[in-house]
Design a protein around this ligand. Structure first.
Ligand code: NZQ
Ligand code: ZN
Length: 369
């Protein structure tokens, strides 16, 4: 790891991590040793929470002004990596780093970031995105730019053996969701990426039960880790329009209730699917056949499509995921608030497969009840 940091020019590193799992497992000490062996100095900033907050990002940027590091190393999951990316971007920016997340500034430069991944889920280890929650208003927003893509990411399946089953399941759902956001497209004749998407979904379907039965199953963890990378480094999304409305709908849930992103997606994706199935019944029916093993009803593909969505929901329940608002701890009465925070109106929409305005967003939240 120290050699990799050096390869990408790191001389003084910000070592960024979460709430303690990497301290407990001894990983952080191993990382420090590896840096020291390469004569690389470091400053530490731990304490990233799931659904990472702006407060720690400001602290990291302040630390940069005092300590001047030239590389940010994230040791942890998507939350740590996203926080590291935000610090890397904010360090080189004179204004408020939040400008990148509110859409007020374009992200063109950042310090180099490297990652050691400890949970396969968010795909931030290969993506150009970062998602942060601003404590002022609890707004969860994303920023993106090629400069945020990690210079390297170490994916060692042994590092995820300590994950609680619930976190593994949440991660699996997030990986599936990253593929589904790309799968539901209006772009025609994209067979290669359609089938790549289906392969990743099938892999999660086959491997996650093995991991839940035995977290030390190296091969299953390795497959899931690699699935998480290819699900979100955009190899499955090349040349196709992508949707991302379900992620927008979910981010409001994790911002308001501080639930795991994957758990929120397990509630929102089936609702989004049910709402939009008529837009392209054959695409939904193909997914049902190729991933969930349903038999195609040639006379009435919609029944196959709906059967596929039911199989997805059963699968989600079988791996311990919530599938309704109440299972998630979300409240019906908050729906208007969720829609408002989402920022959709009667003329401002999210998504592209089907454009969702305020009315549609509200109906999908209601379908998730
Ligand atoms: O904080 P520690 O103590 O490390 O504990 C974490 C945390 O509590 C724990 N954990 C991680 N690795 C572990 C471990 N526990 C035991 N053993 C290990 N090996 O797991 C918990 C969850 O970690 P977190 O980083 O929050 O999970 P995840 O990777 O799912 O990240 C979720 C965040 O990523 C964002 C989500 O919105 C959410 O904020 N996303 C980022 C994306 C991106 N940058 O491209 C895309 C995604 O769609 C997503 O929105
Ligand atoms: Zn996600």
């Amino acid at each position: 790891m120290g050699k990799r940091v050096r390869q990408f020019g790191g001389k003084r590193v910000l070592l960024h991590y979460g709430g303690g799992s990497v301290v407990k497992s001894g990983l952080l000490d191993r990382v420090k040793k590896s840096l020291t062996e390469e004569n690389i100095t470091y400053v530490e900033l731990g304490g990233v929470v799931p659904n990472p907050r702006s407060g720690l990002v400001y602290e990291g940027i302040h630390l940069y002004r005092e300590e001047i590091f030239n590389f940010v190393l994230a040791v942890g999951g998507g939350s740590v990596i996203d926080s590291a990316k935000a610090i890397a971007a904010g360090a080189l920016y004179d204004g408020d780093f939040w400008d990148f997340y509110s859409g007020d500034a374009e992200l063109t430069e950042a310090l180099p970031v490297g990652t050691i991944l400890t949970i396969p889920a968010a795909g931030s280890e290969g993506s150009l995105n970062s998602v942060i929650t601003h404590e002022d208003g609890m707004l969860k927003r994303g920023a993106g730019g090629e400069c945020l893509r990690p210079k390297f990411s170490i994916l060692n399946p042994k590092l995820v053996f300590t994950l609680p089953a619930y976190q593994s399941a949440c991660g699996a759902v997030d990986i599936m969701a990253h593929v589904l956001e790309r799968y539901f497209t209006n772009t025609k004749n994209v067979g290669v990426t359609d089938h790549l998407c289906e392969a990743v979904l099938l892999t999660i379907k086959e491997e996650i039960p093995k991991v839940l039965a035995n977290a030390n199953d190296y091969d299953a963890q390795a497959n899931i880790m690699w699935a998480g990378m290819v699900a979100h480094n955009n190899i499955c999304g090349v040349g196709r329009e992508q949707d991302w409305a379900t992620h927008d709908l979910e981010h409001e849930l994790s911002a308001l209730y501080d639930v795991a992103h994957g758990a929120g997606l397990a509630v929102m994706f089936p609702a989004w699917m049910r709402y939009n199935v008529d837009h392209d019944v054959n695409r939904f029916a193909n997914l049902a056949v190729r991933v969930w093993g349903c038999k195609m009803n040639e006379n009435d593909p919609k029944t196959t499509a709906m059967e596929g969505i039911d199989c997805f929901v059963k699968f989600l329940s079988s791996i311990g995921m919530p599938v309704t608002f109440s299972e998630l701890g979300a409240k019906k009465d908050d729906i208007p608030k969720l829609v408002k925070k989402l920022g959709v109106t009667s003329h401002k929409s999210i998504g592209s497969f089907v454009k969702l305005y305020a009315k549609e967003a509200e109906e999908i939240y209601r379908l998730a009840l």
